[in-house]
Write a protein that binds this ligand. Structure first.
Ligand code: URP
Ligand code: ZN
Ligand code: ZN
Ligand code: ZN
Length: 461
């Protein structure tokens, strides 16, 4: 049985407000927010001089996922421990439709992966890989299973890529049933040709991964997906946007009044394609799709985060160990498993690069990492803010404490961090998931199995 907890005098930060008050946690929920709350039998936590943020929501992660001839190295336990230490209390993972199977099969497989391991709360998007009438009908049945978003890939030819008729038919169905479609927008057909050209020239190093996936092909696919969604009359969420070309398409669609939303991922603001150009195959750690871009693209992302063109910052946490996994592509960049870790680092580096470095406000940090993700993905009213009636998913944030990010003090099962040696000011000190204190300083207190699947509401933004 959980006790009542009162957090005294933190500076509460929501997407719209910053104010000092007490927060009362009663069992799993926030039961009151107010000044000088008078409560007996409550554990008191001193929040003075700290921020209290809504727990982070990461709507783009890949835990325990088979990909690139191997499997991501974080499962729903190690990934959740890392997330919790980073101040993330809910994530939405991707369940992949198996070859020859349906969407329910995908969900059954992923529910099994999370069962008994989960520490933080979670939901699923379903990745549609093959569409027929039966699968189309299954999209309509997803909301009843608490799943209100699907994803399709316009890249990874021969593996996950779908064609335009699949995209269009799925968008039409999504429109009718309140499911938000998501796309990975890169022109996979052209990329496939470019990759073969590079390999034929004997170019095998990691940098050729980035050079064979030009920004123009992300811009093209983004524009195409938006056009298909506009004609179908469906909303659309574009994942991991990286460059001026695609952000321009997003902005133009929003200016037309279309319900098109965009996400970028933490790492794109901190690294460029030149990070892939390192000796001893080290650049493989930076191999992900879309690839890292140029300085001007980073600036375009920061600007789009600041002015609201982009709604969400997620991690696309897709961790492969350098030793034994990234190394599968030592002689051929196209065999390097695509993906980078970051589930623990997100809140700290976005607070550093965004708030401390004056690129956007603290309220915007909360909007981008919790409130907007909750609103777009059907968790509004329950998660993503701090108010009476909300789940007590909370982060007591010590904005004066410094930390040096390093593989040595992070918690993922992966054997590196892109941010090795990066110094941040501002770290999570205590983290609660539905009222359960799961992180207290360096100590992990969570229990596997306590994280719960979160059924989500249909899209109605
Ligand atoms: O390289 C990446 N991003 N790997 C994860 C799968 C995806 O495309 O999101
Ligand atoms: Zn992707
Ligand atoms: Zn350059
Ligand atoms: Zn991804």
């Amino acid at each position: 049985e959980k006790m009542k907890t009162i957090i005294r005098n933190p500076t509460i930060v929501t997407a719209s407000d910053t104010f000092i008050a007490d927060v009362l946690i009663d069992n799993e929920t926030i039961s009151a927010v107010g000044v000088e709350l008078d409560v007996r039998d409550a554990t008191i936590v001193d929040g003075e001089g700290k921020y209290l943020l809504p727990g982070g929501i990461d709507v783009h992660t890949h835990l325990d996922m088979p990909f690139g001839g191997t499997k991501t190295c974080d499962d729903f336990y190690t990934g959740h421990v890392a997330a919790a230490f980073g101040g993330t209390t809910t994530h939405i993972d991707f369940a992949i439709q198996p070859k020859g199977g349906g969407l329910k099969d995908a969900l059954n497989i992923w529910h099994e992966k999370a069962r008994d391991k989960a520490v933080i709360d979670y939901g699923f998007h379903v990745i549609v890989t093959e569409l027929n009438d039966q699968v189309l009908a299954e999209i309509a049945e997803l909301p009843a299973q608490g799943v209100t978003s699907i994803k399709m890939f316009m890249a990874y030819k021969g593996i996950l890529q779908v064609d335009d008729d699949t995209l269009f038919k799925a968008f039409e169905m999504c429109r009718d049933v309140g499911v938000l479609p998501m796309v990975h927008a890169e022109n996979g057909c052209a990329i496939d040709v470019l990759v073969k050209h590079e390999l034929a020239k004997g170019h095998s190093d990691p940098i050729y991964h980035a050079l064979s996936r030009p920004a123009k092909l992300e811009g093209e696919a983004t524009g195409r997906a938006i056009a298909l969604a506009e004609v179908a009359g469906s909303p659309l969420f574009i994942v991991h946007m990286t460059c001026e070309e695609s952000l321009g398409q997003l902005r133009a669609a929003q200016d037309r009044g279309a319900k098109i939303y965009g996400e970028s991922c933490t790492h794109y603001m901190f690294f460029t394609l030149h990070d892939l150009d390192r000796p001893d195959f080290e650049g493989a750690k930076w191999v992900c799709s879309p690839p890292f871009r140029e300085k001007k693209d980073q600036e375009a992302i920061w600007k789009a985060l600041r002015n609201g063109t982009l709604s969400v910052v997620s991690t696309d946490h897709c961790a492969f160990k350098f030793d034994g996994q990234k190394s599968l592509g030592r002689d051929d960049f196209s065999k390097i498993p695509n993906g980078v870790p970051g589930i623990e680092e997100r809140m700290m580096v976005m607070h550093q690069g965004g708030v401390n470095d004056n690129r956007f406000s603290l309220n915007q940090l909360v909007a981008l990492t919790a409130t907007n993700p909750a609103r777009l993905f059907g968790l509004e009213g329950r998660k993503g803010s701090i108010a009476a009636g909300y789940d007590a998913d909370l982060v007591l944030w010590d904005f004066k404490a410094h930390a040096t990010l390093s593989k040595e003090n992070l918690h993922s099962a992966v054997d590196y961090t892109l941010y090795e040696g990066h110094v941040v000011k501002g770290v999570p000190q205590k983290v609660w998931v539905r009222g359960e204190l799961v992180v207290d300083g360096e100590t992990f207190l969570g229990q596997p199995g306590n994280g719960k699947f979160q059924p989500r509401k249909v899209f109605e933004v």
